[in-house]
Design a protein around this ligand. Structure first.
Ligand SMILES: *Cc1c(COP(=O)(O)O)cnc(C)c1O
Length: 345
């Protein structure tokens, strides 16, 4: 169906003709020997963008999160995260299986305060408590509707974490969106953290790849766990070339995705069947609820699909729509009108 409007995720984007040309032209080598010049270039470029010493390419953001946990925690440790974080909801229990950690979820709507964090920290050496050794912040926060974590809270949380010798990790799969929406440089958003991940395969439109960045020492330790999880690859300069192309062409245009999401949110919030404060939509994700007498989320997904609009059910009465570089403003307007129609019937 050529006129399908796919709002399930910003991962559905197709590599453009120009991106495919960049992939075809890339010099490559065996990345496990550190000999892929395109991967090395991408790693250096992202380390510089994030203001870190060193960076490491990985195939997925899930693996980046898993490697971060292996490097920054020990089995049995406690990790403080926001409610409904990606690590807890979307990684098939990997953190328990791989790093053997438990999570304490705090705050609300994807954010938490330094006070929330301090109240959740369990000290080392206690006779019964699991030691809290890591705090993880997701920015932007997926399940909370793409919200940007307030940077003053980030800085204070990381300061009190350092005082307690708790490591800090930023799940920045959509950090590019946070940077564009807040007008802050990625390096500023990343500065308080020991380790940071960013994705090339979400709003940036590359076919795959995430990058971890931090001090040389921490990133060096990530290399072993990437291999342990089966993610050490060979001529992945093909992916890195797409990432470099995306950094050149697809970061600033994220503002268009944000504006399109706001258009969808503004239209949806006019319906009495829908629960959504469109003022909270600041990036490319629209998470909205359905009132009790509206059709449920799976019904809305089916009806919208029949009218050429794809979106994702996050819960029995919760839906997510995501804008990206393969959906235009008119398509977003049309999708919103389809959604309004299907929730009313
Ligand atoms: C998508 C996502 C990931 C995982 O990335 P994959 O490449 O799909 O494994 C991690 N964290 C957040 C916040 C994400 O949105």
């Amino acid at each position: 169906m050529p006129d399908l409007i796919d709002l399930r995720s910003d991962t559905v984007t197709q590599p453009s003709a120009a991106m495919r040309e960049a992939i075809a032209a890339a010099p490559v080598g065996d990345d496990q020997f550190g000999e892929d010049p395109t991967v090395n270039l991408l790693q250096e470029r992202i380390a510089a963008i994030l203001g870190k010493e060193s960076a490491l390419w990985l195939p997925t953001g899930t693996m980046a999160n898993q490697v971060a946990l292996r490097v920054l925690t020990r089995p049995g440790d406690d990790v403080v995260v926001s409610q409904e974080s990606h690590a807890v909801w979307h990684e098939t229990g990997a953190s328990a299986a791989n790093a053997g950690v438990q999570f304490t979820s705090v705050g609300s709507k994807g954010c938490f305060t330094p006070e929330d964090f301090v109240a959740a920290v369990k000290p080392r050496g206690h006779v019964t408590y699991p030691p809290t050794t890591l705090v993880e912040i997701e920015n932007t926060h997926n399940r909370a509707g793409g919200i940007v974590f307030p940077q003053d809270a980030v800085e204070r949380i990381c300061t009190v974490a350092a005082e307690r010798e708790v490591a800090t990790y930023l799940d920045g799969a959509r950090l590019w969106n946070a940077a564009v929406a807040s007008g802050r440089r990625p390096a500023e958003l990343a500065a308080p953290f020991d380790l940071v991940s960013v994705a090339l395969s979400k709003g940036l439109g590359a076919p795959g790849g995430s990058v971890l960045a931090g001090s040389r020492q921490v990133v060096q330790r990530c290399v072993r766990y990437r291999r342990m999880l089966g993610g050490a690859m060979r001529q992945v300069g093909l992916f890195a070339a797409a990432g470099l192309h995306a950094l050149d062409h697809n970061v600033h245009r994220l503002a268009d995705d944000h504006a399109n999401a706001r258009v969808i949110a503004d239209r949806l919030s006019t319906s009495r069947q829908i629960v959504l404060d469109s003022a909270t939509v600041r990036t490319n994700i629209v998470v909205f609820g359905l009132v009790a007498d509206a059709p449920d989320a799976p019904t809305v997904v089916d009806r919208a699909r029949a009218r050429g609009v794809l979106l994702f059910a996050f819960g029995p009465r919760t839906l997510r729509a995501v804008t990206h570089l393969d959906v235009s403003r008119p398509q977003c307007e049309r999708a919103a009108d389809v959604l309004l129609a299907v929730v009313e019937t």
